[in-house]
Structures are given as structure tokens and as C-alpha cells.
Design a protein around this ligand. Structure first.
Ligand SMILES: [Zn+2]
Length: 112
């Protein structure tokens, strides 16, 4: 059964049947690895899933920001300008919120 092992030197997480002979990140020997309990392992999987959703959202928000800037530059009429300016503001706020949340995950070690 595949398990997760964490390097106590650099916190690198390895997935496999056993810990690697050498840490691929920092070169620490196998003895430096500790098995991550099943319940924590599941939390890491959940965090990775949510982090992926947040990263994909950031990608789409960047696209919306590009469109909003094009729309503002185009300035067809007041109605369109209002929409694109609003889109520009909302996407800036959303992106800041998402980056802050991802940063919180990293601080708490939720970034598997
Ligand atoms: Zn390591």
C-alpha cells in the first residue's frame, strides 16, 4: 500500500511503498524519513486538491483581468466600460484573497 513519508530534514514528502534510500531534495538518508499517519495523509491529499482549485482559479482570474483591461481600453460605451472596470476590481480582490489563502496553507504546511 502506498504511504507518505516526510523527510525530517527538509519536510519533503515522498509517496511509495517505503521511504526512499536518499531524500531527492536534500540528500538525507532513509533514517531521516518518518511515516505520515493515514489521517494526516488524507488531509494532505485534501489540501492538494483545494490548492489545485485555487491555482486554477488564479489562472482564470488572470485571463479575466486581461479581458477587463482590453475592455477598458476599447471603451465602447458607458455600460461596457462599467462592466469591465467592475470586473477589473473584483478580479484584483479575488486574486489577493486567493494568494493570501495559499500563503496561509504554505505557512501551516498544508502544501503537500
Ligand atoms: Zn530532505
Amino acid at each position: 500500500m502506498v504511504k507518505k513519508y516526510r523527510c525530517k530534514s527538509c519536510l519533503y514528502i515522498h509517496q511509495g511503498l517505503e521511504a526512499p534510500s536518499v531524500c531527492p531534495k536534500c540528500g538525507a538518508p532513509r533514517e531521516q524519513f518518518e511515516e505520515i499517519p493515514e489521517n494526516i495523509s488524507k488531509l494532505i491529499d485534501r489540501s492538494n486538491y483545494t490548492n489545485g482549485l485555487l491555482m486554477n482559479s488564479c489562472y482564470l482570474i488572470d485571463k479575466l483581468q486581461e479581458l477587463s483591461i482590453k475592455g477598458i481600453d476599447d471603451n465602447l460605451d458607458p455600460g461596457c466600460l462599467y462592466i469591465f472596470r467592475h470586473m477589473n476590481e473584483i478580479t484584483k480582490i479575488l486574486k489577493s484573497m486567493i494568494l493570501a489563502e495559499i500563503n496561509t496553507h504554505v505557512q501551516k504546511g498544508k502544501w503537500g
